[in-house]
Design a protein around this ligand. Structure first.
Ligand SMILES: NC(=O)c1ccc[n+]([C@@H]2O[C@H](COP(=O)([O-])OP(=O)(O)OC[C@H]3O[C@@H](n4cnc5c(N)ncnc54)[C@H](O)[C@@H]3O)[C@@H](O)[C@H]2O)c1
Length: 261
């Protein structure tokens, strides 16, 4: 089955790099129009180069954790389209690494602000546009840390369980409007961000990065990394007309995580 996203209008938060950008490129290839934002202008400039060849990509700068900036982003999107088919609540930072008593309050608060409150802002401004469309999909990026505990990453773990709670609740609130709400839980993605997480953990535990890397992979029954494009592909299916009755689900794309430490 080849997935068709022709005529689908998709908003992505924090889409300038990583999973968001990889997914945006997959959506564009499948015919969708993408409205993405990111806080980082260097990443956005790279996206703009891609935009030169793609008239279906709209790129804006926005700090997802600042409600005024999110509102402003949606004002710009509304000038392009009154309806959307999907929102990818992708924004989420890794947060600090350490045992809970050593973590700083401001790092805890910031992790929840970026990973949870931002999802509230984006959903709040998207829902009227999804209702106008008479249906659509919200996909919230959680993590395997939203299914298991995650030693040394308590704020991240708490934020990703919160994302599951929002997903379950919104799916119940929005079902009658034919708006489907699901959470995707990526495992350990091979890329820059996990490189940073592994570096921080190896520093904290004073062991080699190689050992931490090996440990992460060995936590899955498939003994595997996950790749950015795995996430864009599952999102494409959920957004498409081929998944009209999938809602309220928490879907792990993680090579089957068995444990988190
Ligand atoms: N990478 C992984 O291994 C992994 C695993 C599980 C879940 N996830 C989740 O998937 C999502 C995407 O992860 P990723 O690895 O692509 O992230 P990433 O750390 O690579 O960052 C992606 C983008 O987020 C942007 N960003 C950061 N703060 C922002 C803000 N306040 N406003 C707007 N943009 C902001 C960055 O500029 C960057 O372009 C996150 O929610 C993350 O928690 C990732």
């Amino acid at each position: 089955m080849s997935i068709d996203l022709k005529n689908k209008r998709i908003v992505i938060s924090a889409g300038g790099s990583g999973i968001g950008w990889s997914s945006a490129k997959i959506f564009l290839e499948k015919g969708a129009t993408v409205y993405l934002c990111d806080i980082n202008s260097t990443f956005l400039n790279k996206c703009k180069k891609h935009k030169l060849n793609n008239k279906k990509l709209f790129v804006f700068q926005c700090d997802a954790s600042d409600e005024n900036q999110v509102k402003n982003f949606f004002t710009k999107v509304l000038k392009k389209t009154k309806k959307i088919d999907a929102l990818i609540n992708n924004v989420g930072i890794a947060g600090p690494t350490g045992t809970l008593e050593k973590l700083k309050s401001k790092d805890w608060e910031n992790t929840l602000k970026v990973n949870v409150i931002s999802h509230f802002y984006f959903s709040k401004y998207s829902i009227p546009m999804l209702k106008k469309n008479k249906g659509g999909a919200i996909i919230n990026l959680s993590s395997t840390a939203g299914i298991f505990g995650f030693p040394l990453r308590s704020p991240y773990c708490a934020s990703k369980w919160a994302v599951v709670g929002i997903t379950k609740t919104l799916a119940m609130e929005l079902g009658k409007f034919k708006i489907r709400v699901n959470a995707i839980c990526p495992g350990t993605i091979k890329g820059d961000r996990m490189g940073r997480v592994i570096r921080d953990k190896s520093k904290f535990l004073n062991v080699s990065k190689k050992l931490i890397e090996k440990e992460f992979v060995s936590m899955t029954s498939m003994n595997t990394w996950v790749y950015e494009e795995d996430i864009g592909k599952i999102c494409s299916f959920i957004i498409s007309n081929d998944a009209p009755r999938i809602s309220g689900q928490v879907i792990a794309v993680d090579g089957n995580t068995l444990r988190m430490h």
